[in-house]
Design a protein around this ligand. Structure first.
Ligand code: PMP
Length: 363
């Protein structure tokens, strides 16, 4: 007799829920940290022509040398460091986990952190240890150092700035963790464009440091491109797990062309930062919420009324505004919501809907 799925699929996979992407059609979409702006129409025309003449009957260039050169320049990857490309940085996390999943190996991060760190550890059959942040979302260095000594993690992921909290950890604290780690430390700079700090220039200093970035938050989430920068001694092995054609031809062509206009992406990031300042000010002026400092393209806030977050989230949804409800995902995120910074118009719509929702939840 043939076996049923629960006799074949690993129990830890059976126990997982799939990463949930809520439907957003027709809504003001402020849930996924996307760049809200489109590219100038001339550039869109160029992209259309590139796509039209792309040799899509052929496999893509597996090395992607031109694209890597453009990334090296625009992301300031230091001379002597290698680059590995991923189908989004999610895929890079998966490659690192697969490569380091020796029996009993541990992947460590902080909590709350980007949920894929934990999920991918499970996919790869690794143990996962999440060390709680302090109540103000700063790194608990002593707890991290103790957990490192105890679990000897093969890999530590630290998002800098962190998602979903938005704050940038103290650089000195991160350095201490890198120094104490017995294995790899991946500093995930997905939100780098919105922060004024980086560990890219520390690659030469720390032999166990790898630096991950993505083009998703910069305005190219739809083409799926992430990169890992680091020493050849690590990347040669990780490259073996990268499936040969993981970055498609259309992604390569579009990314190369858009990166020739990197200034446009940076201007858009600048506009998002300016909107973030405006939005933070307006949120801070509202009664009934507490906002947290951010160095990313989103803002975390807490609804102060008991059980208010879910009510506010649903009420925003009814007003066609989609944000992220984090209540229940971690004790430190009780009653917390996360909103991505959108265009001025979207942010105004969000704020108006939020004011109305907060009034409603007061009653
Ligand atoms: N790292 C962090 C911290 C993120 O928040 C995200 C996306 N939400 C990613 C990595 C993955 O991004 P992508 O796969 O689009 O590159």
């Amino acid at each position: 007799m043939s076996r049923s799925p629960d006799q074949v699929i690993r129990p830890e996979i059976l126990a997982l829920s799939a990463y949930h992407v809520p439907p957003a059609s027709g809504m003001v979409k402020l849930d996924a940290m996307e760049n809200p702006y489109s590219l100038p129409s001339e550039l869109c025309e160029e992209i259309a022509q590139l796509a039209a003449s792309a040799p899509i009957n052929r496999y893509p260039d597996p090395i992607a040398a031109t694209l890597k050169a453009a990334l090296r320049e625009t992301q300031a990857v230091p001379e002597g460091m290698d680059i590995m490309l991923g189908n989004g940085s999610d895929e890079i996390i998966q490659i690192i986990a697969l490569a380091s999943a020796r029996p009993g190996a541990v992947l460590m991060s902080v909590e709350p952190a980007f949920v894929m760190f934990r999920m991918i550890a499970t996919f790869a059959g690794m143990g996962y240890v999440g060390v709680p942040l302090k109540a103000d979302f700063s790194l608990d260095v002593d707890a991290m150092l103790a957990a490192i000594a105890r679990h000897q993690p093969a890999v530590i992921f630290i998002a800098y700035p962190n998602n979903p909290t938005g704050n940038l950890f103290d650089a000195e604290a991160v350095s201490r963790i890198i120094g104490a780690a017995p294995g790899i430390v991946v500093v995930d700079e997905a939100y780098h464009a919105f922060a004024d700090a980086t560990f890219m220039d520390k690659l030469a200093q720390y032999p166990n440091l790898l630096l991950m970035r993505t083009l998703s938050k910069l305005g190219l989430a739809g083409i799926r491109l992430g990169l890992l920068a680091g020493r050849r001694e690590w990347l040669t092995h990780l490259e073996k797990l990268r499936l040969p054609y993981n970055v498609g031809i259309v992604t390569q062509l579009i990314a190369e062309r858009v990166l020739q206009h990197h200034d446009i992406l940076l201007q858009q990031a600048g506009a998002i930062k300016a909107e973030r300042t405006l939005m933070s000010g307006r949120l801070a002026a509202l009664n009934g919420i507490e906002i947290f400092p951010t160095s990313a393209n989103f803002i975390l806030f807490r609804v102060t009324q008991r059980n208010g977050a879910s009510q506010v989230f649903q009420s925003l949804k009814k007003r066609d505004v989609l944000i992220k409800n984090l209540d229940g995902s971690h004790p430190l995120l009780e009653n917390c919501l996360r909103v991505t910074v959108g265009t001025a118009g979207e942010n105004a719509q969000f704020l108006e809907a939020l004011r109305a929702s907060l009034k409603k939840s007061d009653n």
